[in-house]
Design a protein around this ligand. Structure first.
Ligand code: PGA
Length: 242
């Protein structure tokens, strides 16, 4: 079964949408990341759908104004923590080192982690090999000393939010290639359990089937299209049959 993860970012309508989704399709394989203040209510109203925090801090208590600890998120019903999203790296100064601390804290609190990785356009412009080394570095540093392998969400930064004006969107072929690369990087020995890899970046009802098709890709992380009712309904339908 492929995974559909919904990152609802800072959108006030996320709670209403989550509750209506829970009412019409509370199914396994769906993970919702609502804004933190909606976590408890959304978690209480869902059974098969799992919920997660869009961000957590690495400390569990103290003088850290505005932060949410992993155990607080868990207490509010989260089973997951999204860590290292490119918007957090860009606007809130997250680095591979802080990402690593957050993953360890999430692990300690018993949350499962979805780690976001992905290269910016100037790197990808140099080719897939350059993108792979960028992602390898994010994985090495982000996962240093981490015991339980998280789900990896590969989101090329330039393909997020409709893609940047002059850049082409990613293709299902290249995202499958990167997913295979990530699996290989994280499983050096043959026959070890390979981590799951999702693709994210402007997934919508028109392209979701193509992105879900390759066997290397275990699911998708959806942003803006996941907040449009009709789009979401279609994506659910399509992913059920893929
Ligand atoms: P998008 O967002 O689907 O709107 O590109 C994906 C994400 O940022 O996780």
């Amino acid at each position: 079964m492929k995974i559909l993860a919904l990152n609802w970012k800072l959108n006030p309508e996320a709670e209403r949408e989550a509750l209506s989704l829970a009412a019409y399709s509370d199914r396994e394989g769906v993970i919702i990341f609502p804004p933190a203040v909606f976590l408890r209510r959304v978690s209480e109203r869902t059974r098969k759908i799992e919920t997660g925090a869009q961000n957590i801090f690495w400390e569990f208590s103290g003088a850290f104004t505005g932060e949410t600890s992993p155990s607080m998120a868990k207490d509010a019903g989260a089973r997951w923590a999204l860590v290292g999203h490119s918007e957090r790296r860009k606007y809130f100064g997250e680095t591979n080192e802080t990402v690593n601390r957050k993953i360890k804290a999430a692990e300690q609190a018993g949350l499962r982690v979805m780690l976001c990785v992905g290269e910016p356009w100037p790197v990808r412009k140099r080719g897939m090999k350059a993108a792979e080394s960028f992602v390898r570095q994010q994985l090495r540093q982000g996962l240093s000393g981490v015991r339980r392998k998280p789900i990896i969400a590969y989101e090329p930064i330039w393909a997020i939010s409709g893609g940047a004006a002059n850049h082409p969107s990613d293709t299902p072929e290249d995202s499958a290639r990167m997913a295979a690369f990530i699996k290989k990087t994280l499983s050096p020995k043959p026959y070890t359990l390979r981590p799951q890899v999702l693709y994210g970046g402007s997934v919508n009802s028109k392209n979701i089937a193509a992105f879900l098709k390759p066997k290397e890709v275990n699911g998708v992380l959806i942003g803006s299209a996941g907040l449009k009712k009709e789009e979401l309904r279609k994506m659910f339908e399509i992913s059920n049959i893929t």
